[in-house]
Design a protein around this ligand. Sequence first.
Ligand SMILES: C[S@@+](CC[C@H](N)C(=O)[O-])C[C@H]1O[C@@H](n2cnc3c(N)ncnc32)[C@H](O)[C@@H]1O
Length: 332
Amino acid sequence: MVRSSMADTARQSALLNLKACTVDESSLRERGAERHVSKKRTLGESVNSQENDSAAEEERAGCWSRVGKFRSHILDVERERLEIQHEIWLISTQNKLFLAPLAAPGTILDFATGTGNWAIESARRFPNSRMFGCDTAPIQPKDVPANCTFCTTTNLEDSTTWSSSPQTFDLIHSRSMAPFFSSSPTFFESAFESLNPGGYLELQDHLVPVCSVDSSLQETDLDRWSQAFCSASRNLGISTDDSALSKPRMEAAGFVDVREVHFQWPVGTWAHGEINKQIGTLCARNLESGMQGLGREVLLQGAGLSASEVDGLIEGARSDLGNRKLHAYFSV
Ligand SMILES: C[S@@+](CC[C@H](N)C(=O)[O-])C[C@H]1O[C@@H](n2cnc3c(N)ncnc32)[C@H](O)[C@@H]1O
């Protein structure tokens, strides 16, 4: 198991926050009255209003718009990276798409669905469920299972753009979104209002900077890159450790039984065990890809470095990824 074997090595128990929360039914009923007051756009309406002209695509490019104009070469790298990350998650959770104790949710929302890989796989595994995926970027494929619908809206944190009273969910899932919330409390309130009684909200995120189980990361290029990335992200309004604050924020929104499940993802093949090696190999590829795509753009725009300085930093960090003496991992 990833968790136990990594925990043996790593004394620090930080990992990605994976939270499954139940909704307080009485409180939801109270809020239900408010839900019917205003006319809210349904997901179907959002889909129909979607116009995929390229200017609009740029405007809707979500996290990419935070680092400047949407650039297709970044998106191509990101698509590949999100596929790798999807695979890492499945290995970590022993092939589960979510940990919330729901056998077969009737209606599911994948918030900030990205390329839609999670939503499509969920729709296939739960053919009787109705799956919706939302994102600010229209980057989802067209050929999807019949029970899967994607929509694009401009401000998805406000539930008025993705929900209406008849459109409530048994499960709202969101992965790798925490850094990009402009207001996660608003999202939690929206999610709370949009869940059916007894429904679950599950977030899956990993934290940056890269950690180490010992001092092996100190004074390395990988560490320098990781620190520079976090600081540049902050300068651009992206909080790479925002998910650490999710639990109290969820509770403030009315969620009960908020649970966190932690993993540690090794970077590279230094950790013992077949699963750690599989995750570590994928994590190194994920990081390498992220450094050259979105990560490079973040540094160019937020670190105050020249292009050659950024490329030098990335080159050094990339070569560290193959160094088995560096005991680096991501907190999940
Ligand atoms: C790192 S990707 C994760 C995608 C997907 N959840 C996955 O795990 O593969 C983050 C996604 O959040 C989207 N995003 C950023 N800000 C958003 C917002 N305010 N509302 C909805 N989606 C947003 C981006 O367009 C991007 O697709």
